[in-house]
Design a protein. Structure first.
Length: 491
């Protein structure tokens, strides 16, 4: 199938859906990016049933058994209220052979740093040396550089099923402090309706307050910082909370990004954050990212700290890929590496999100911008179940980010991933060859891989490799992928 085979036709009745779009097999050429959806027919739901999913702009309006008649306006199975009035135009997709999942959200990215790894020395990077290398590199980076790398990174995220990205952006004390803010707020505004970007001002303790307020005036969505790196974390936490209250902003702070505990009562900074939130009666959403030190606390102290976090209503973001890379390098013997106490957090009902953090930069030289890379690490290193890992990058991530819920139910946001209908374990391990990504009811990415494998021969093949013509980038003589518009075709 080629993109020419993907077509829609109008029916003769006004305000009725267009039909006959076929999603096809997972190894067909991608050609659906840009299509606005009315329905997905015959798709496998997370519970294993085969269903028809109806969409009304940016929401799921109904989910019925496959091949059941479309629901009447105003009602769906179980009495859930849906859109009243004429049905919206859109495509009905035959999605037999595909599985539907909620789309993922990346709760903690650094798009201003993304894809800068080739410019630095990556030997033996711990957190402090990565910060030093980035500050040196940042002096030579301008708005256009940040914008281009961030744009490239967003394409990778969306291709892999991420439709919302919360990105931190440096607001340094020296130089042109607004270059990152300007580049990423521009990108956010240009991509509105295709992908959701939330921009967090990442404030250093030496960044003057007037500079922070200028970033707020230029349109950042949240206030962030790194109190655990400040000379006095308590004072820096209070300064950021004061600014957030003054400007009515939610807060997302880098917290406890070390494995070694602090001294005495100040063993973990998240406790100080929770105490200040409770004392202030803070009215805005607060997120603590990293929280690596929680994994080093003894059980009794951990229980007390997490109860404080629960009472304060904080959300926690764990970032296994980057923190497993950065932390624990200086330990003389096996030590906690880079994960908070995930099981204890979930058992207390504290909102938990998981993400990738840095993407091929001084803080993490690898990473695929892939939520299923994160889920794999949550299962293997964090000992979560596959279902818990999936929730941490989908429903849990959106809860922590304050977004409308996703799921395969009427009323949920129409942010979805379609993958080949295979075992969920294969999906979470990243072993799927195709993904079709939907944001607000519109297909924003269609990525598929065609494999050709020969394991039947009985003797080594000594023939010269065949050269395959391609306009895309190549490795050796074999074309790897081509990109065009809103879709990525991996061959």
């Amino acid at each position: 199938m080629t993109s020419a085979d993907i077509r829609t036709t109008h029916t003769s009745t006004p305000n009725r859906p267009r039909t006959a779009t076929i999603l096809g097999r997972s190894d067909d050429a991608p050609g659906t990016a840009g299509i606005v959806l009315r329905a997905l027919r015959g798709v496998r739901a997370p519970d294993g049933s085969v269903v028809d999913v109806y969409l009304d702009r940016d929401r799921i309006s109904a989910v019925t058994a496959a091949s059941a008649p479309p629901p009447a306006d105003g009602a769906a199975a179980g009495g859930t209220h849906v859109h009243e009035g004429p049905r919206p135009l859109g495509a009905e997709i035959d999605a037999h052979g595909w599985r539907i999942l909620p789309a993922a959200a990346e709760p903690h990215a650094h798009l201003d740093k993304a894809l800068s790894a080739p410019r630095v020395d990556l030997r033996q990077n711990d957190l402090e040396s990565a910060i030093s290398q980035w500050r040196e590199l940042y002096a030579s980076i301008d708005r256009a550089d940040i914008y281009q790398r961030a744009s490239d990174a967003v394409r990778r995220y969306v291709t892999h099923g991420i439709t919302t990205i919360r990105t931190h952006v440096d607001v340094p004390a020296a130089g042109d402090a607004m270059r990152g803010v300007d580049a990423l707020t521009r990108l956010r505004d240009e991509l509105r309706g295709r992908v959701t970007l939330q921009v967090v001002a990442l404030v250093a303790s030496d960044t003057p307050t007037p500079v922070v307020e200028e970033a707020i005036e230029r349109g950042v969505d949240l206030l962030g910082g790194c109190p655990h790196l400040a000379p006095d974390p308590r004072v820096e936490t209070a300064r950021l909370a004061d600014l957030a209250e003054r400007h009515g902003l939610d807060v997302d702070l880098h917290t406890d990004e070390q494995v070694s505990l602090g001294e005495g009562a100040h063993d973990v900074d998240i406790a100080e954050l929770a105490e200040q939130v409770l004392a202030r009666g803070f009215a805005h959403r607060v997120v603590a990212s990293h929280c690596v030190r929680l994994g080093s606390l003894p059980p009794e102290r951990l229980a007390a700290v997490l109860e404080l976090v629960r009472r304060a209503g904080l959300g926690i973001v764990t970032l296994p890929i980057t923190n497993l890379y950065l932390q624990g390098r200086d330990a003389p013997q096996p030590a906690p590496r880079g994960l908070p106490a995930l099981r204890a957090i979930l058992d207390l009902g504290i909102p938990l999100a998981a993400g990738g953090d840095n993407l091929r930069d001084p803080f993490n030289p690898v990473g695929r911008a892939d939520p299923f890379e994160t889920t794999s690490l949550l299962v293997t290193a964090g000992h979560l179940t596959p279902a818990e890992a999936l929730a941490a990058v989908t429903t849990g991530a959106r809860t922590v980010l304050g977004l409308p819920p996703v799921g395969i139910d009427a009323g949920c946001a129409a942010d979805l991933i379609l993958v080949p209908d295979t075992d969920l374990g294969d999906v979470l391990a990243g072993q799927v060859d195709a993904r079709v990504v939907v944001h607000a009811g519109r297909i924003v990415a269609d990525s598929r891989m065609a494999r050709s494998i020969d394991l039947t021969g009985t003797a080594p093949n000594t023939a010269e490799p065949t050269v395959i013509d391609s306009t895309g980038p190549t490795v050796g003589t074999v074309p790897m992928y081509s990109e065009s518009g809103g879709e990525r075709h991996v061959r």
